[in-house]
Design a protein around this ligand. Structure first.
Ligand SMILES: Nc1ncnc2c1ncn2[C@@H]1O[C@H](COP(=O)(O)OP(=O)(O)O)[C@@H](O)[C@H]1O
Ligand SMILES: CC(=O)N[C@@H](CCC(=O)OP(=O)(O)O)C(=O)O
Length: 277
């Protein structure tokens, strides 16, 4: 896939500290081929660790971390501090031009509370400042966004990073959205599902085959599908994005099965999955 596509890459907290050189080479190849790349990241395990250290309790409600004022401060420090700066420096080491930002900066992720009584300071993105992102990507910068949102009154919110990435992809009318995580894709009885539709996803969630942190990922993926975004990929950050033919690996979430699967060379000039293990 050569040219000027917009590609949103969500790096999950499960993998953000273990991304391999093959992963960074894949990102670099996408930028060098003239694409606009925006990175959105989470950091669930790092948040969990810091909350434990500070002896602050938190619980998950419907897959989202119920967020008190204290939890919000920790989430902000961990995501926009440690995780964001680690990712920025790693990208720099791979000769990219990352700019670390939170969703508060430039009101990148304007956010409103989902249900204050049930979830506290957990928000959903209602508007993305696409202009700032496109200004940066036009100059070959790679914006690296932590999933902290803000409302017009200046209140910060904790946003699930999968949902933040979906909102960014929709706002930018991205052609590609990649969820990079710690598994090869969606697995059923240990087998990788190469393609899934929304109907498949609903059934797999209902049957308990897709659970936990995979739920917001597949839901954000299917909701982000549009006229411009025909496939959303869930892939592992432990290796290259592509196989030996230059085609995407992992699970593709699509409007319907079949179609253009593997018709397109996603990236050329990058090490392939076979060479990276
Ligand atoms: N059907 C499934 N296939 C693969 N992984 C699944 C599935 N259902 C649940 N999971 C879990 O989802 C996890 C990825 O979600 P999560 O830990 O939230 O990742 P991230 O931090 O990358 O967003 C996997 O490590 C796995 O434990
Ligand atoms: C509201 C909510 O649940 N926010 C998440 C934000 C981080 C995140 O989403 O990180 P992952 O990419 O590791 O899932 C949290 O507090 O853990």
């Amino acid at each position: 896939m050569k040219g000027s596509q917009t590609i949103v890459i969500k790096c999950g907290g499960s993998i953000v500290n273990e991304l391999t050189s093959s992963f960074f080479q894949s990102v670099k190849a996408l930028v060098e081929e003239g694409n606009s790349v925006v990175v959105v990241h989470g950091g669930g395990p790092d948040i969990e660790q810091m909350l434990k250290k500070l002896k602050i309790e938190s619980e998950f409600v419907d897959g989202l971390r119920k967020t008190s004022e204290d939890v919000l401060d920790v989430v902000t420090m961990v995501l926009s501090g440690k995780v964001n700066k680690n990712l920025v420096t790693m990208l720099q080491q791979h000769e990219l031009k990352p700019v670390g930002l939170s969703g508060c900066d430039g009101m990148l992720l304007e956010t409103e509370a989902i249900n204050t009584e049930k979830l506290g300071y957990v928000g959903e993105v209602v508007h993305v400042n696409s202009h700032l992102l496109t200004e940066l990507t036009a100059s070959n910068y790679v914006p690296v966004l932590s999933s902290i949102g803000v409302n017009k009154k200046g209140q910060r919110f904790n946003v699930n990073a999968d949902l933040a990435a979906g909102a960014v992809a929709q706002a930018l009318q991205a052609e590609k959205l990649l969820f990079v995580t710690d598994v090869q894709g969606v697995l059923v009885d240990g087998d990788l599902m190469e393609e899934l539709t929304k109907a498949d996803i609903d059934e797999l969630i209902e049957d308990g085959v897709i659970y936990g942190g995979m739920i917001p990922k597949v839901q954000a993926a299917s909701e982000a599908l549009s006229n411009t975004l025909n496939e959303v990929h869930i892939i592992s950050g432990k290796h290259s994005f592509v196989n030996e033919n230059g085609h995407m690996v992992g699970t593709a979430i699509k409007h319907e099965k079949g179609g253009n699967k593997n018709d397109e060379c996603f990236i050329s000039n990058v090490s392939t999955i076979g060479s990276s293990y």
